[in-house]
Design a protein around this ligand. Structure first.
Ligand code: PEP
Ligand code: MG
Length: 581
């Protein structure tokens, strides 16, 4: 019987088209509902559990056999290990007993016992233990999805193109699923400027947010997601599959071929002022070559993303090789390496997140690196060693106070001294800049800017901290808006301070790639706008249509607007006028 086709409208987060099989991720993302049961229902719950275990075991056996035919023996060994976990009779016996003792549904009891086991393993410093915890979770996901009726027997869940379907996916998991064949992501919770969204866009993989989707998408079903429109198709027709397959082929190369068309770089305004349009990068990827060829600078390289799927940061040599390859590729222009901005939702590998009541206000960015100074200095030495072509800068994230900059600067000086002692070469005049992304830093820009070589304004965080609205939380997305006059005023204060001290200022949050904002930021006099590579071409085209003198008149009316909506209206009117010219 044909599976029921269904179309769901979601919120587009990252463009692109994915065709694959849904892999519903439950453990760690779903609170399996607790249901009291009567003594007479205990047996039925145990039977249901045993059946889910049976289906899972057959599935894993099939996967192991298919992996040993088509893939490496290491993949088939993973399924072998998972099979042992799924059929661990001692554990299953304890679950059966607990169902009777607790008089609770099998899913709930099983889930609680799994969580207890994996929690212990995750606390261990032993990588093998933590890997085992992950395998246990993967098995539990399968058993729970069959137990809840969401599962659909499929041997294509690994090894083929998969679309993880989860309540939410932190940045590290996006990378980890990418390595396991993910071609797109479907989440119930997420927002446009979350770090996970940035990663998906950087990987050029589609992501769509659709609340309450976990109970609508069965694991294993065929799925198409269109990250530009937010359209999700479950069990599409063959014709739809074929049509979307054709469209998918056009996405990645389209970005590259548009950048290739750039004739003049940097673009100049109608009155001849050059405006630097730069790129934000996170990983080596298919667009790097064309960006480097067109001499598009990288004003923000988010280095932490290179290692989020590692359990530990590589040492100096390992990092140096990485940064040096990037610096060499961009030798015709510049690369700004931001030191690790870890913490909050950016947790490395399978390390548990630090338990903090307000992680975004906690041990994040430069705050953690000043304490973990040996990790910081190792990274700084690696960046310094990659600076011999004199095209590299160092950028410090989340500076909220002058003392933080001074401490970081001291550690950088110590790192330089260490390299000099060893006779290692580096750029002695390497520019050192800061991210201004915390209101305190923007309000004290006059003092901070004097001490640094350049400033990058991070509007993603500046908006979240100014509006007190979590950038990853779609519930407060109505408040989270970089066009809010309060955020723009902080930007203006910072830009003015940079003009006063004659220091370059770049905007590198997501709003920099938004065409609506470009005339305003040029009017304020920012030196450069750094954005996702997909936005570079359109931004360059728009620069050529504006007059840098005229757009200065946008600034005052915008800053005195009462709301983000009114700012956006004014900017839209202006943009319509230039588009119609
Ligand atoms: C920002 O906050 O605007 C920024 C560029 O940094 P990230 O998005 O990496 O936090
Ligand atoms: Mg930031």
């Amino acid at each position: 019987m044909a599976k029921k086709r269904r179309v769901i409208r979601g919120m587009p987060i990252s463009a692109g088209i994915a065709l694959g099989r849904a892999q519903v991720i439950l453990v760690g993302h779903l609170d399996v509902a607790e249901k009291p049961i009567t003594a007479s229902q205990v047996k039925a719950e145990i039977v249901a559990l045993d059946k889910a275990v049976d289906i899972t075991s057959t599935e894993l056996r099939d996967l192991r056999d298919s992996a040993s035919r088509k893939m490496s023996s290491s993949v088939s060994r993973v399924f072998d290990a998972q099979l042992l976990i799924a059929t661990d009779q001692d554990f299953l016996k304890k679950v059966r007993i607990e169902i009777g003792v607790q008089r609770r549904n099998a899913g709930f009891v099983y889930y609680q016992m799994i969580k207890r086991t994996t929690h212990q393993l995750y606390l261990s410093n032993d990588q093998y233990m933590r890997q085992t915890a992950r395998e246990i979770e993967a098995v539990a996901d399968r058993i729970l999805s069959h137990l809840s009726g969401l599962g659909e027997k499929s041997t294509a869940l690994f090894g083929g193109d998969i679309i993880p379907v989860a309540k939410s996916l932190p940045p590290g998991e996006i990378l980890s699923y990418r390595h396991r064949g993910a071609v797109g992501f479907l989440v119930a919770e997420g927002a446009t400027n979350s770090h996970s969204a940035l990663i998906a866009r950087s990987l050029m993989l589609p992501m769509v947010v659709a609340p309450n989707l976990l109970n609508k998408v069965p694991s294993g079903c065929k799925l198409i997601i269109d990250g530009a429109s937010g359209r999700i198709i479950l069990n599409p027709t063959d014709q739809e599959w074929a049509d979307y397959q054709k469209q998918r082929r056009r996405h990645g190369p389209a970005i590259i071929s548009r950048i290739r068309k750039l004739k003049e770089f940097p673009p100049t305004t109608l009155d001849g002022r050059p405006v630097e349009i730069a790129a934000n990068l996170e990983f080596p990827g298919p667009v790097d070559d064309i960006l480097a060829e067109r001499k598009v600078p990288v004003e923000l390289y988010r280095t932490e993303f290179l290692y989020l799927d590692h359990n530990d940061v590589p040492g100096e040599i390992g990092q140096f090789k990485h940064y040096d390859r990037i610096a060499e590729k961009f030798s015709g222009t510049r690369v700004v390496f931001r030191t690790f901005d870890l913490g909050s939702d950016k947790v490395m590998g399978d390390k548990p997140a630090i338990n903090e009541p307000n992680p975004a206000l906690g041990w994040r960015g430069i705050r953690s690196m000043l304490e973990l100074s040996s990790i910081f200095k190792t990274q700084v030495r690696a960046i310094l060693r990659a600076s011999t072509r004199r095209n590299v800068s160092i950028l410090l994230p989340m500076i909220s106070d002058m003392s933080e900059f001074r401490k970081a600067r001291k550690l950088i000086s110590q790192s330089m001294l260490e390299l000099r002692r060893k006779g290692e070469l580096f750029d002695e005049h390497i520019p050192i800049g800061i991210m201004i992304e915390v209101p305190s830093a923007a309000l004290m820009a006059a003092q901070l800017v004097e001490a640094v070589d350049f400033v990058n304004i991070g509007t993603n965080d500046l908006t979240q901290y100014t509006m007190a609205a979590d950038r990853s939380n779609s519930r407060v997305a109505g408040l989270y808006n970089a066009y809010h006059p309060s955020v723009l005023s902080l930007i203006e204060i910072t830009v003015d301070a940079c003009h006063f001290h004659n220091k370059p200022v770049c905007i590198c949050g997501e709003v920099a790639g938004d065409l609506l904002s470009l005339p305003l930021f040029v009017g304020m006099g920012v030196t450069s706008l750094s954005m996702n590579p997909a936005k570079v071409f359109d931004s360059c085209r728009l620069v050529k249509k504006i007059d840098s003198q005229l757009v200065q008149h946008l600034v005052d009316p915008v800053l005195s607007s009462p709301s983000a909506a009114s700012v956006m209206r004014k900017l839209q009117n202006y943009k319509n006028a230039i588009d119609n010219r």
